[in-house]
Design a protein around this ligand. Structure first.
Ligand code: PMP
Length: 361
């Protein structure tokens, strides 16, 4: 039987050794007789798990001491509201870059709380590129600047952190966090839902510069106030304990792989192979500007859309799962997160070539 490769955009593939370890520890975590799911979040065992996960994440991303790491719930969608509620700090304006579907969602939610200045938009290109930094119309009044480092649906990714000066930079890294090293000090705040490169759905990570916490708007619900998590080691209420534990296992696995430099090299190689296979073929097409093509999510279409169902069926037959594109876009999408082995990409390329040969592409 072929191995299964899961190309889902999220919830997504997890490293096999992480799942095996979780399985081995499922009923009895390290001789305690308890599953991690059954532990009090305030007990010594879970606190040790939580602290180790944070320490490992800090090591992976080289997070300086003056940044807080918050383990939250609510997904990236909650952050769309929490960011303006916490970071406006008496100002009324915020800058947003529009590079696609997720940027637009963040903008729409922020407009409930702030005057949003869209500094640049790639709508005119149908979101296949990113406007050059020197064309961005940033406002001197903005409390922060928000951008989406990787647009998961259309596969458009910033290859460099946009340096915008003094204004705190806020990044939605839901679909590319931990895929490569970044310089945390460039950012005021980074957030990510866990279910792509971190762990199971239900956990949301926020990394925030300390001085930005503590000045939430007065109407901010307690559960939306970063201060309440920053002062309680993210235990203001019951955190998503099991997802936190699995995320910790993923962080350990990443360290064992050689950390984010090693992941970046592998991710770049995996993506380059797949783009080359797409570009060299007459059958497959990816419309994104090569300068901004995502390492994580690679959408592609078939020259003859009527072949899509057959392609997906043949892929599933050989164990290549969840290649169907986002419902808004159609076509295919291969998500190549950290936990997707290179062999999975090789198997996909082989299938694509065989299929093209068969249908004459
Ligand atoms: N931002 C990006 C870039 C995403 O890919 C997603 C999820 N696909 C979200 C935000 C929304 O995440 P959640 O479902 O965790 O709210």
């Amino acid at each position: 039987m072929n191995p299964i490769y899961n190309f889902s955009a999220g919830p997504a593939v997890l490293p096999r050794p992480v799942l095996e370890r979780a399985q081995a520890e499922m009923l009895d975590w390290q001789g305690t007789g308890l599953s991690v799911m059954e532990m009090s979040h305030r007990g010594a065992d879970f606190r040790a798990i939580a602290a180790q996960a944070e320490a490992d994440l800090r090591r992976l991303l080289a997070i300086p001491a003056h940044y807080k790491v918050l383990f939250l719930q609510g997904g990236a969608h909650s952050q769309f509201a929490m960011i303006p509620l916490n970071l406006l700090r008496g100002r009324s304006q915020a800058d947003y870059v529009d590079t696609g579907d997720w940027s637009l969602k963040a903008i729409a939610e922020a407009q409930r709380f702030a005057k949003v200045n869209v500094v640049a938009s790639s709508a005119a290109s149908n979101y296949t590129t990113i406007p050059a930094l020197d064309t961005w119309q940033c406002s001197s009044q903005a409390a922060y600047l928000h951008y989406t480092s990787n647009e998961t649906i259309r596969g458009v990714e910033f290859q460099h952190t946009p340096m915008v000066g003094e204004v705190p930079l806020v990044a939605d890294m839901s679909s590319d966090i931990l895929s490569r090293p970044i310089d945390i000090e460039c950012f005021g705040l980074i957030y990510a839902g866990a279910q792509k490169n971190i762990g199971p759905a239900g956990l949301t990570l926020v990394i925030v510069r300390e001085d930005l916490v503590g000045a939430a708007s007065p109407e901010t619900p307690s559960m939306f106030n970063y201060h309440n998590y920053a002062t309680t080691e993210s235990m203001y209420n019951t955190p998503p304990t099991y997802a936190w534990y699995i995320a910790g296992l993923v962080f350990q696995w990443l360290l064992e792989q050689g950390g984010l430099q090693a992941m970046a090299a592998q991710n770049q190689r995996k993506a380059a192979k797949l783009y080359a296979a797409i570009d060299q073929s007459g059958l497959y097409h990816n419309p994104v500007d090569p300068a901004y093509r995502s390492w994580m999510n690679i959408p592609f279409t078939l020259a003859d859309a009527s072949l899509e169902q057959r392609f997906l069926a043949e892929a599933a037959q050989v164990g290549l799962l969840n290649l169907k594109g986002h419902r808004a876009l159609g076509g295919m999408r291969a998500s190549l997160y950290n936990a997707m082995p290179e062999a999975g990409v090789d198997a996909l390329i082989e299938l694509m070539q065989d299929f093209a040969d068969k249908v004459g592409g």
